[in-house]
Design a protein around this ligand. Sequence first.
Ligand code: TEU
Length: 537
Amino acid sequence: AVSKDWWRGAVIYQIYPRSYQDSNGDGVGDLLGIVQRLPYIATLGVDAIWISPFFMSPMKDFGYDVSDYCDVDPMFGTLADFDAVVETAHRFGIRVMIDLVLSHTSDQHPWFAESRANRDNAKHDWYVWSDPKPDGTPPNNWLSIFGGSGWQWDARREQYYLHNFLASQPDLNFHNPNVQDALLDVATFWLNRGVDGFRLDTINFYFHDAQLRDNPALPPEERNSTIAPSVNPYNHQKHLYSKNQPENLEFLRRLRAVMEPFGAAAVGEVGDAQFGLEIMGQYTAGDDLMQMCYAFEFLANAKPSAQEFVDVLLKVDDVAADGWACWAFSNHDVQRHASRWELTAAGQRMFATLIMCLRGSVCLYQGEELGLPEADVAFDDLQDPYGIEFWPEFKGRDGCRTPMVWEKSNQYSGFSEAKTWLPVAHEHLQLSVEAQEDDPSALLHHYRKSIHFRQTHDVLAVGEHSDLTASGDVLSFKRTLGGQTIFCAFNISDTPSDLDLPSGSWLPIGAELGSAQISQDGKLHLGPWQVCLALKK
Ligand code: TEU
């Protein structure tokens, strides 16, 4: 094997802690629940876990609104429980990445309480405050992703404060070096506790335009429904000034310098429907910046065609040649891809193998390995404020956040003993871990085999890719590392397809993944949703 940085090409398993495993019978998942399930996670063969926020929080955005960065919310456990997660994970050879939400805090954070008290306290400019326009309206036209103006009036200071998300998630003012220092201290606190890296929430929202210039409108033909629903007016603006500011690079360098002595790695979440890949390129361009950025290209939208895969992968070569992408098909913010792409079991299998053959790192979202469809959550059970705001055009994010299903018969599926914070989806029970462990043909085993295949072929994780081709519904490319070349082809459809192998002689590999045989005439006959993996002789 070639020596490589652990994060490069890694498979990272995302845990949404509220919904993974409840250990204390309150219907909400917690850190000791994760400890309990780490032996299962180890059987998947992943390199790392990324745990969504478990910090002290009023839970208005389910932990993405932090009121104390350096403590665990009692709902999730204690700092000692977190230490147990790290220790147990490390015992299994699994790295731990935590989700730092640095762009904004909760309005219940003591920093905000101090900042809003008056206009001349020590933290008066720790958040983005501004006087109203002469007519009393907000200082500019910036919008919140979760609906309405991005500015909230504060009666005490008689000023507005900026919030790119909920009004209870005020944006920090990164132009103030003291704010940067405080956040770097947070990173150091967790590095000292043994974490191996960070998933950095909304990394491109850290800085705003200091002059508070208006965002221009986005012409309808440039609108893209990626990330947030098209009904959201946020998507009708071009966000030139409310995020994506050049000053961010200098802060990211400071953050990397803090991480460097610990050998920690970061994956930055770039939320931007228009410039996402370009920003990924900028933020991962050098050894003094972020190692990876999380790509939104295959999240939130329709099933990508072979040509779209080619376009995205070529664009990454173009704008992020020195950088590194982290791919995901599902997460806690979007409709699960089994439903979003209307996949059959065979389609899910093909995409599982495909993502393991991409150049970049990979994030899997809990339950993806079971092929869970999006749960149908009734309005009365809805928890997500984003869903409540835009119902029924957009049903929010609860459908991908229902509890993990462990057992096939128990009404709470082994997740909990008590009524759960979101209902366990009845239709998920037949896909539970228990149900799939007993069935050798189940998707869970295919995920394990696909992950194992990637882990035993470094060329797939870190090799160069070339000859990216879309021929009808078939995506193909070569991966090369140190004299080894693997040809990969994927039939992204339920119609059989024939294609010619590239010149040279090829040895079929990956039979355990259902990889196609090569016929005598050198042709490849791909069945519905079939893949072909072949090693150059
Ligand atoms: O998401 C950032 C982001 O861009 C989301 O608003 C995304 O557009 C939306 O959820 C897609 O449906 C991060 C977190 O992943 C999300 O859970 C948080 O709500 C958000 O930041 C605010 O912290």
